[in-house]
Design a protein around this ligand. Structure first.
Ligand code: G3H
Ligand code: 13P
Ligand code: ZN
Length: 318
């Protein structure tokens, strides 16, 4: 059952966070739905501009609609990840998306406000909610590289002004994370004080954490042992910090890189151990099962595991 992102946030706020998982293909979608059902968790399926262009956006929509039939118990929202203005309008018009993210955080504040406001107006007219971003995440975000050292944490006072001026429904904040596998070079972690300060300025507004992958060290080691060359120092967010962040108003935790690592490990190990194999399905089967296991582990850490029946009841009542 596709529900609104708003309903999911209202149920989760202050208690747990929804895993927002990026998908690009059939196998990821199957593993995601299976893991969500196994852990009895609601979730957000998110589609980036790159994912929409990988095959054809209609393929992903078709597969997700089929998954909804194959897994009738699933409760989820469909979200555009890192949209530009044009893609946001396309998704809003399509009627398929529960929410869109307008990412104009690389623009100056006033410009970010103006773009976000236009998208909010178009989205709200169609019952779609909007995630906006303020502040700069370190690392590589889509095609924009930001020097990690100069990464700008979200300013709480600006956050208040931004939400008031734009009417956005949730806010992606820079709170110490960055995209990809190389997040921290030292012992840094999430800036809890900053999350608290932002939330104090905009109580009730769900916060979104991008760049939340944990980059498990054993995963990196297995990939490299099977011929990979991931650089040393690949490091992610401590997944034990998801729940404390959720309790401070972080309702959506974006995870993409970790899923890519599962894919890479499974396929490298599979074909290394079976060099004579050329059927893609046995490896695909292993991946779907392993990705489902990964989703269960994340939903348990996010606190979304076990919420499925309660969220379904909540969403159908509203
Ligand atoms: O934050 C970006 C996401 O990981 C999506 O990545 O644009 O390569 O699909 P992508
Ligand atoms: P990771 O690269 O940490 O998985 O972050 C994904 C993300 O923020 C998608 O928007
Ligand atoms: Zn992101």
């Amino acid at each position: 059952m596709i529900v609104t992102t708003k309903q999911l946030f209202a149920h989760a706020y202050g208690k747990y966070a929804l895993g927002a998982y990026n998908i690009n293909n059939l196998e990821q979608i199957m593993g995601l739905f299976k893991g969500a059902i196994d852990s009895k968790a609601p979730f957000i399926i998110q589609i980036s501009k790159g994912a929409r262009g990988y095959t054809d956006k209609r393929m992903l929509e078709g597969i997700i609609r089929a998954a909804e039939e194959v897994f009738p118990e699933a409760v989820f929202a469909v979200h555009l990840d890192h949209g530009d203005e044009k893609t946001c309008y396309e998704c809003i018009e399509s009627g398929f998306y529960s929410s869109v993210m307008i990412d104009a955080s690389h623009d100056p504040f006033e410009e970010n406000v103006a773009i976000t406001k236009r998208v909010v107006e178009a989205a709200h007219a169609r019952g779609v909610s909007v995630e906006a971003e303020l502040g700069m995440l370190g690392g590589v975000e889509e095609d924009i590289a930001v020097d990690e050292k100069n990464a700008l944490l979200t300013d709480p006072i600006e956050a208040k002004e931004f939400v008031a001026q734009t009417g956005c429904d949730s806010l992606a904040c820079a709170i110490g994370t960055s995209h990809g596998a190389y997040k921290f070079s030292g012992g840094q972690g999430l800036h809890f004080e900053r999350i608290k300060a932002i939330q104090a300025q905009i109580p009730g507004t769900p916060l979104v954490m991008h760049g939340s992958s944990s980059v498990p060290q054993d995963e990196v080691e297995r990939i490299n042992a099977a011929g990979g060359k991931l650089k040393e120092g690949a490091k992610g967010v401590d997944p034990n910090q998801y729940l404390p962040a959720a309790q401070l108003g972080v309702c959506k935790v974006n995870i993409d890189t970790d899923g890519r690592l599962v894919w890479t490990r499974v396929h490298r190990e599979f074909f290394q151990s079976k060099p004579e194999e050329f059927d893609l399905r046995p490896a695909g089967k292993v991946f779907m099962a392993e990705y489902a296991k990964f989703i269960v582990s994340r939903n348990e850490l996010l606190g979304s595991a076990g919420q499925l029946d309660s969220v379904r009841e909540f969403a159908t009542k509203k």
